[in-house]
Design a protein around this ligand. Structure first.
Ligand code: 8IG
Length: 277
């Protein structure tokens, strides 16, 4: 077996070695020895990276060790190397992520984060689509993640490595995002396993626990990013009111529509923030 076909879940595989292999392939295919900032585009965020700058190269996930194609409608199964304006810096933009609910294991979920670090990135912007608990946050509202509650009962960290998660979502980057958009709301993101949406009772539980947003991604990636020493910026797009907050049933079509409606605001926000990171 070649290294590019190594199984991330084989116990004898070091996931950081696969990330290094992935970064080498990305460098070769994009012609960029290193990237500076990574972005993960979640539901509703697919069109938002174009304002960052020119796409200089596109690489299919399938060509990169440890990565898979997209499994969610509206996500792209490729990654792009994007010029950050005319700064000479480069963004590595992942068009999709592996979700915990796909059952590929936690190593697969955080492989993009570890690859971003191996590719030279100092910071990662994790975006997602999510349900909102605050009825005033209508679909299409971007919300800065201040902190999270990880209800997956899993960690990307293996072994007795007691990583500090105080200020997991880097305060300096949150300040910067609020400078770009002073109206930006902030909240606590609660990750459920999914892929089903919550029951209304679970949403009420999330509220009691101190949550403002419910989703199926991001927390494991943020933890892995902190372990790797990356600065983390998390931005959620409220694409629907969480179950029971409104009397409407939830649908993925609604999610995609809210994303399209909010694309301009979210795109400007991302481009302005990434330009200043
Ligand atoms: I988009 O309401 C999106 N993703 N758990 N709940 C959860 N995940 C989501 C939701 C939601 N909306």
């Amino acid at each position: 077996m070649t290294s590019s076909h190594r199984d991330l879940n084989d116990p004898s595989t070091d996931p950081f070695d696969v990330a290094a292999d992935a970064a080498a392939v990305i460098a070769e295919r994009t012609g960029a020895e290193r990237h500076d900032v990574a972005l993960v585009l979640g539901s509703g965020w697919g069109q938002t990276a174009d304002l960052i700058g020119e796409t200089l190269a596109t690489v299919e996930n399938a060509a990169v060790p440890g990565f898979h194609g997209a499994s969610v409608a509206g996500h792209s199964g490729s990654m792009r190397s994007v010029a950050i304006g005319d700064t000479g810096r480069r963004a590595l933009v992942f068009g999709t992520r592996t979700h915990f609910y796909e059952g590929r294991g936690v190593r697969a979920v955080v492989h993009g984060v570890r690859t971003a670090k191996a590719a030279g990135c100092r910071a990662i912007v994790l975006t997602n689509g999510c349900g909102g608990l605050n009825p005033a946050w209508s679909p299409g509202t971007p919300v800065l993640i201040r902190d999270h509650i990880n209800l997956t009962a899993h960690s990307p960290i293996e072994g007795p490595n007691f990583v500090d998660l105080t200020d997991l979502y880097t305060p300096r980057l949150r300040d910067l995002a609020r400078e770009v958009d002073p109206e930006l709301e902030e909240g606590v993101y609660v990750q459920f396993r999914g892929p089903h949406y919550e029951t209304p009772a679970e949403v009420r539980m999330a509220k009691v626990l101190g949550g403002d947003l419910v989703g199926m991604s991001t927390t494991l990636e943020a933890i892995a990013a902190r372990q790797s020493g990356l600065d983390v910026l998390g931005i959620s797009l409220v694409t629907n009111l969480a179950a029971g907050i409104s009397d409407q049933p939830l649908s993925h079509d609604e999610v995609l529509e809210a994303g399209q409606a909010a694309a301009a605001r979210c795109g400007r926000l991302l481009a302005d923030v990434v330009g200043r990171l």
